[in-house]
Design a protein around this ligand. Structure first.
Ligand code: GLN
Length: 287
């Protein structure tokens, strides 16, 4: 594959698109463009402007490896080592879940809740992964102090890199902890915990199941384990008037609303994502 001479950008793109299509990938042209642009250090427009540029032997060799990883099902973001979220570029690796576009709705709801949360604005993010939500909140709320916990030391290391990359290390404190840190209370707690029911983990898309960290996905027998654990800490870790804002899986909104009510939260609100799925549940600890 890709052995002949004079492989130009255009030819490589055409060949790879065709190859990805035959291998059954869902967006063959886009995948080919993203990988080649990453390899050459340009954006996709940069590729179009360089259609006639021949690839050097080392470039072809490196690209062949990327193509092979992609056809084995590895997500694009792990191959390029980066993923865009909230219009910011984050470093990612198999140590963390790849930030999902629907999680931007969690950030939006956290920002709304922050407007009504007690001051000074002190925010806890539970299970930060690569740090995307914490960094997005820090960028949007320059006056806020943010603590973010993560139990995987490998993900935490990545989060630290992202915090530094985005210049918010003065604002975000990362802590290795299972869920809650040894501090608080907070004005706002936000989390996208693992919420896939254990049995369904095996039925996830192989690109997710075989490559992403299962401990970031597996939410116990009914998927609600972490919601119960987080909600049961709400009284201790939220200040009066503080908000708990949670991302939930499809069909979990009612169960999670019940859990928040039982934990003594009120003003329960729901928010759909852009595909219409009830994606965020939040509630307030009245003073
Ligand atoms: N939204 C993720 C998925 O569908 C699950 C994320 C999570 O468990 N928090 O793969």
């Amino acid at each position: 594959m890709l052995e002949q001479k004079r492989w130009t950008v255009l030819k490589v793109l055409q060949w790879t698109t065709d190859f990805f299509q035959r291998k059954g990938l869902k967006s063959p042209r886009l995948d080919a463009e993203v990988l080649l642009a990453h390899l050459l250090g340009v954006d996709r427009v940069g590729l179009y402007m360089n259609y006639d540029r021949p690839l050097r032997e080392e470039e072809l060799k490196a690209f062949r490896e990327m193509v092979q990883r992609r056809t084995s099902g590895e997500p694009i973001a792990y191959i390029t080592g980066q993923k865009e979220f909230w219009s910011l570029s984050f470093k990612v690796s198999p140590a963390c879940l790849i930030p999902r576009p629907e999680t931007e709705v969690l950030v939006e709801e956290a920002l709304k809740a922050a407007k009504e949360a007690p001051l000074p604005l002190q925010i806890l993010e539970i299970g930060t992964g690569c740090g995307a939500v914490a960094v997005a909140l820090a960028k949007e709320l320059p006056g806020a102090e943010i603590w973010a916990t993560e139990k995987s030391p490998y993900a935490l290391e990545l989060a630290q890199q992202n915090v530094e990359l985005h210049g918010v290390s003065g604002q975000v404190v990362l802590l290795e902890a299972d869920l809650f840190p040894e501090r608080g209370p907070f004005s706002l707690i936000v989390s996208n915990p693992p919420y896939v029911p254990t049995e369904e983990v095996l039925r996830l898309d192989p690109e997710v199941r075989d490559f992403e960290p299962l401990e970031a996905l597996d939410g116990g027998p009914d998927g609600l384990l972490y919601f119960r654990r987080i909600a049961s800490g709400a009284r201790q870790y939220l200040r009066a008037g503080g908000w708990l804002v949670l991302e939930v899986g499809e069909g979990q909104d009612e169960g999670v609303q019940g859990i928040l009510k039982e934990a003594g939260l009120s003003r329960i609100e729901l928010r759909r994502d852009y595909s219409g799925v009830k994606r965020v549940v939040k509630g307030r600890l009245e003073g």
